[in-house]
Design a protein around this ligand. Structure first.
Ligand code: CMC
Length: 392
């Protein structure tokens, strides 16, 4: 008819059907393939949950062992790809380093770019899942000027990532099992979240039949923004700045409520959750136990707790249904684990990867898929006549 509905930010427009993740924002429910998040977190490993998201069912012990061993065969980066890291400036943020390296994967694996060849999609899936932790660890090593470590395939995905990040070539690195378990659980909490900004980006780019690496690289860039995955970095920076200014929470909250440009309560609010974010509840518990064990910055944790308490009893936040989201406490845990602030969003990307892949594969296999092509409501000039340069 030529008529279009305007829905800025896709607040109530669905762009696909999906059988992967279910969210009920009013009830605070999140399920992967039907399984409630609180039943998966701490019980199923990240590799197991990746399998669930991508293939639709929990793996049997044999299926999991097979999947895990296939992943372990793909952890190495091509030596030429390693050269890329040298080209970035020393102070490069690791997120664009990550997305650039993922984009570059499509130059190294030109044998597996056809989105309609199942075997090729399968090998790209394994390559991505196995190599992203190596790329992430190298992005970190680059930023601190330390040598890269080759993956140790006797280790599982999360342990291997920790070793490549914090280990040194000539020294043995003992992976702390509690730390690895906590990080693995945080990856599970981030593994999918239906049609969020980065996932929609992955689907939109993929809908043009761009390859999986190109689509995931775009998703990583979408995740980088502070309103999305970048929020975990912003939360910590916000807490530190409140701390620097003497811990005056009420005056910070006042600035938020006055809507001072650029001042938001980061880690609060969500497009879909209007009650509580079930991931945040689990993260908050984890923060207590991890920080107790690792001896994190208790002053910042106390500040976060007070900030949460004050916000939750303030009309501004209550009326707008603003609650802590997954990012509110994760940064404190990552910091206690030894990650610099700039790595926080990279950790989010590692966790979200299986969700992006599962959604891309669902999109490509769905006969109803069309190229994503939103319409617009034009507000520019009506027709006018061209004026030659000499007459302007
Ligand atoms: N601090 C202060 N005010 C807020 C906040 C906040 N964090 N979030 C929303 N509001 C206000 C907003 O100003 C608006 O007020 P008003 O009705 O007076 O104009 C009202 O609440 C509704 O907000 P909105 O911007 O229409 O909500 P949205 O659904 O478009 O945005 C959001 C959702 C997550 C982008 C937003 O809440 C936000 O910017 N939060 C801070 C960033 C953040 O923590 N992001 C992580 C999200 S969870 C993990 C992820 O997906 O990456």
């Amino acid at each position: 008819t030529g008529r279009v509905a305007l829905d800025i930010g896709f607040v109530n427009t669905a762009a696909c059907t999906s059988a992967i993740t279910y969210i009920d924002g009013d009830a605070g429910i999140l399920r992967y393939r039907g399984y409630p998040i609180d039943q998966l977190a701490g019980k199923a490993s990240f590799v197991e949950v990746s399998y669930l998201l991508i293939y639709g069912e929990l793996p049997t012990a044999d299926q999991l062992a097979e999947f895990d061993s296939r992943l372990r065969r793909h952890t190495l980066l091509h030596e030429d790809l390693k050269q890329f890291f040298r080209g970035f400036p020393r102070d490069a943020h690791p997120m664009p380093v990550l997305s650039s390296a993922v984009s570059a994967l499509s130059t190294f694996y030109q044998d597996s770019l056809d989105p309609f060849d199942e075997r090729q999609v399968e090998i790209s899936t394994l390559r991505l899942l196995a190599k992203l932790p190596t790329i992430a660890a190298y992005a970190y090593k680059k930023s601190v000027g330390q040598p890269f470590l080759y993956p140790d395939n006797s280790l599982g995905l999360t342990e291997n990532f920790l070793r490549m990040t914090f280990g040194f070539p000539a020294e043995p690195y003992e992976v702390d099992p509690d730390l690895a378990a906590a990080l693995d659980m945080l990856f599970v909490l981030h593994a999918d979240h239906e049609q969020n900004c980065s996932t929609s980006t992955v689907r939109l780019v993929g809908s043009s039949q761009a390859n999986l690496f190109a689509s995931i690289s775009a998703g990583i860039n979408a995740l980088f923004g502070p309103l999305h995955g970048g929020a975990n970095q912003s939360v910590l920076e916000m807490l530190e700045s409140i701390q620097r200014e003497g811990g005056d929470i009420p005056s910070f909250v006042k600035r938020v409520k006055n809507k001072e440009p650029g001042v938001k309560l980061m880690g609060f609010g969500h497009r879909v959750y209007k009650n509580y974010d079930p991931r945040a509840a689990i993260v908050k518990q984890t923060a207590d136990t991890v920080l107790d064990k690792l001896g994190g910055d208790n002053e910042l944790l106390d500040l976060a707790r007070q900030l949460e308490e004050i916000a939750l009893s303030d009309d501004y936040f209550v009326e707008r249904k603003l609650y802590p989201n997954v990012d509110f406490y994760t940064g404190l845990i990552y910091r206690a684990m030894g990650f610099p602030t700039r790595m926080f969003t990279v950790l989010f990307a590692l966790g979200r990867l299986p969700g992006w892949i599962a959604q891309w594969r669902e999109m490509i296999n769905d006969p109803a898929t069309k190229i994503g092509r939103p319409r617009q409501v034009y507000t520019g000039a009506t027709e006018r006549s061209f004026v030659p340069l000499s007459e302007r």
